[in-house]
Design a protein around this ligand. Structure first.
Ligand code: AMP
Length: 423
């Protein structure tokens, strides 16, 4: 596999898949959070510093236009040009990503060209638009779309000598720009950018070479969303901490009273299976023993505290309580590797945010005081870490979302496989 560190871009045109799907201020259209732009800078700067030039491509939002030339302007990447220029100086813009051959050809070394939103073309995602899935002609349309996706990817590839993928957030999608395009480049001329490298390195460290004790903290709403990742981790972890709404499916499976707490009634057997497997593998499973309950799902609900398996009728558990916080924090603080995905409670409501904050603090403490490698991933745990201003006190905060979850589930990601050859 080619490594960006070893590659010299001098005299080369590099087409770079970045993730510039940045949030915009609805009124002014300005970029309201440029984290993703900043995230792509090391790769772009390396290409330019080596003496190459960069053709940047990205999607923005979910345009659904059938005609590629009638994309909704609210998804236009033109809007973010000033936000990029702030860091990279003047750049060029191609208003049609599939008709930029001349602009790409005329691009001089040291220059940067940004292509318009790839998803103005249905070919990017490879899904036909304007035809219902139930339509008898859908399968035919899908097949035809796969062929035009290949053509679209070839057009993009034709602009450059080298392909760099630095968009981890879309690596779990087999899109033209994230995977199909790689077929047009030989192994020496395709590589990950620095951002993907960092993500993959952090996740591989946790999955394949974790120092022990290794604690996985799984929270969030539903068992069904996290079951695959839990299964993949059972062979690896020493401690499995369970929190958040999914607690109650486990507690119910064990025969507890859960009142009105969240429960997936059709997942009780799955929950029991996880507990039995964990036991057989010697994994220490920690379920919350006490909870802060609410009389309704509301920021201003009345609260009480009970044992998790003795939730009073009419109440629902929305956060972990003090005894659980202490037990969880102790285990986390002694860990050498921590993976955290999903909040411990409804942290969006201040009354039920304490457990999640305490876990965020414990993860930071393990990192700072115990030298643990700590990886935080999944939208809500990242939000919780940021809310507690602890992002720089943990080892790695993944930006991957869905891609990170799938990687941790042990799935092959098309965007990773296209470069690394994962099977
Ligand atoms: P997920 O996206 O699966 O990680 O779930 C995150 C969501 O789970 C957040 O919006 C939390 O508010 C919610 N959540 C956490 N704990 C609970 C709970 N005990 N009951 C209901 N929802 C919860």
């Amino acid at each position: 596999m080619q490594l960006i560190d070893n590659f010299n871009f001098a005299g080369k045109k590099a087409i770079v898949r970045v993730d510039f799907n940045v949030p915009l201020n609805k009124e002014t259209g300005e970029v309201s959070d440029d984290t993703r732009i900043r995230g792509a800078l090391p790769t772009i700067k390396k290409i330019i510093a080596d003496g190459g030039c960069a053709i940047l491509m990205s999607h923005m939002g979910k345009p659904k236009n059938e005609d590629p030339h009638k994309g909704d302007p609210k998804f236009s990447l033109k809007q973010i040009v000033p936000a990029i220029e702030k860091y990279l100086g003047k750049i060029q813009f191609a208003a049609d990503c599939a008709d930029a051959a001349d602009q790409a050809k005329n691009l001089k070394m040291g220059e940067i060209l940004l292509l318009e939103n790839l998803r103005y073309y249905a070919e990017e995602e490879g899904k036909p638009r304007g035809i219902d899935k139930e339509d008898p002609k859908y399968d035919e349309a899908k097949k035809a779309m796969k062929d035009s996706q290949k053509k679209f990817a070839k057009t993009l590839a034709s602009y450059a000598d080298v392909y760099v993928n630095d968009a981890f957030g879309t690596a779990h999608r087999k899109h033209a720009s994230t995977a199909v395009i790689a077929d047009s480049f030989d192994e020496a001329n395709k590589m990950f950018g620095f951002l993907i490298n960092k993500e993959v390195e952090a996740m591989d460290k946790v999955l394949n070479s974790a120092q022990k004790p290794f604690t996985a903290i799984m929270g969030g709403a539903k068992v069904s969303d996290k079951i695959m990742i839990i299964e993949n981790l059972l062979d690896r972890v020493d401690n499995l901490i369970i929190g958040g709404g999914m607690t109650y499916t486990f507690v119910k499976a064990l025969g507890g009273n859960i009142g009105n707490s969240l429960c997936e009634a059709d997942k009780l057997d799955v929950a029991m299976e996880v507990l039995n497997k964990a036991k057989a593998k010697g994994v220490n499973v920690l379920l919350p023993v006490d909870a802060v309950n609410a009389d309704k799902f509301d920021a201003n609900a009345n609260t009480n505290v009970s044992k998790t398996n003795e939730t009073p009728d009419g109440w629902m558990g929305l956060d972990i309580a003090d005894e659980t916080i202490k037990t969880f924090s102790d285990v986390i603080a002694k860990s050498k590797t921590v993976l955290w995905n999903g909040p411990m409670g409804v942290f969006e409501f201040d009354k039920f945010a304490k457990g999640t904050s305490a876990v965020a603090q414990a993860v930071a403490k393990a990192t700072q005081e115990n030298g643990a490698f700590t990886l935080i991933g999944g939208g809500d745990s990242v939000a919780a870490i940021n809310k507690n201003k602890l992002a720089d006190k943990v080892s790695y905060v993944s930006t991957g979302g869905g891609a990170m979850l799938e990687y941790m589930e042990g799935k092959v990601l098309p965007g990773i496989a296209a470069i690394r050859g994962d099977k």
